[in-house]
Write a protein that binds this ligand. Structure first.
Ligand code: GRF
Length: 206
């Protein structure tokens, strides 16, 4: 059984997709061991409670250094026997100590087709705003392994979504979540749970 530690910062729609896919049996080799919120009061934590999933708030601002934050986050996830860390709309920056403590066992969903519209400062609605400003005809979402540099690790899966003339950042974000994020994150987790992924340099083979 692959034990998941899901890190969240917002509404938790990606978390909900994983919960639903476990319930449906699609993710039959996975169990959510815990949900960690970067702050309290976010609906993602409510979704965990509704589904009897242990949760905890570990907020970066409560720790004086990124090393201390990394250590607390890592120790909590290890105490929950987490095998795979899933950043699902997670907005806190993790440091080298955390990335090393879960080497090649942290994945993230980013709301663009990396390497477009990614990196420092590109989160939430911003990638969609930038995609519309640039005038791209296609955007989408990317699941990738997490390395130290933001949005830089080997790409596991991507899914393209059309940009429509009438789109606003909000309508585009909604379509990218519905048509891409909520699907490829679970599909990537399933491949990992079935040990079907191989990382060769920057390429992820399956
Ligand atoms: C959304 O902007 C999504 O595109 C990104 O994180 C934000 C919140 O997602 N991945 P969620 O509803 O909390 O999963």
């Amino acid at each position: 059984m692959l034990r998941l530690g899901i890190l969240v910062s917002g509404g938790g729609s990606n978390l909900q997709a994983i919960i639903d896919n476990i319930k449906s049996g699609y993710l039959d080799k996975c169990k959510i061991a815990t949900v960690v919120g970067s702050k309290s009061g976010i609906y993602a934590l409510e979704r965990a409670t509704q589904n009897d999933i242990p949760s905890k708030v570990i907020s970066r601002r409560d720790y004086s250094s990124i090393d201390e934050y990394d250590r607390v986050l890592s120790e909590y996830l290890k105490s929950s026997d987490v095998d795979l860390v899933v950043m699902a709309g997670f907005l806190s920056i993790v440091g080298e100590e955390f990335v090393r403590s879960f080497q090649n066992r942290i994945i993230n969903i980013h709301p663009s087709l990396i390497p477009a519209f990614c990196g420092k400062g590109y989160y939430g609605i911003i990638p969609h705003q930038k995609a519309l400003e640039y005038g791209v005809k296609v955007t989408g979402a990317t699941v990738h392994f997490v390395e130290l540099e933001t949005d830089s690790g080997p790409i596991i899966m991507q899914k393209a979504v059309e940009v429509r003339p009438e789109d606003t950042p909000e309508t585009l974000q909604k379509r990218v979540m519905e048509q891409a994020e909520w699907h490829i994150l679970s599909e990537s987790i399933k491949l990992i749970s079935e040990n079907k992924l191989r990382v060769q340099g920057r390429r992820v083979i399956y």
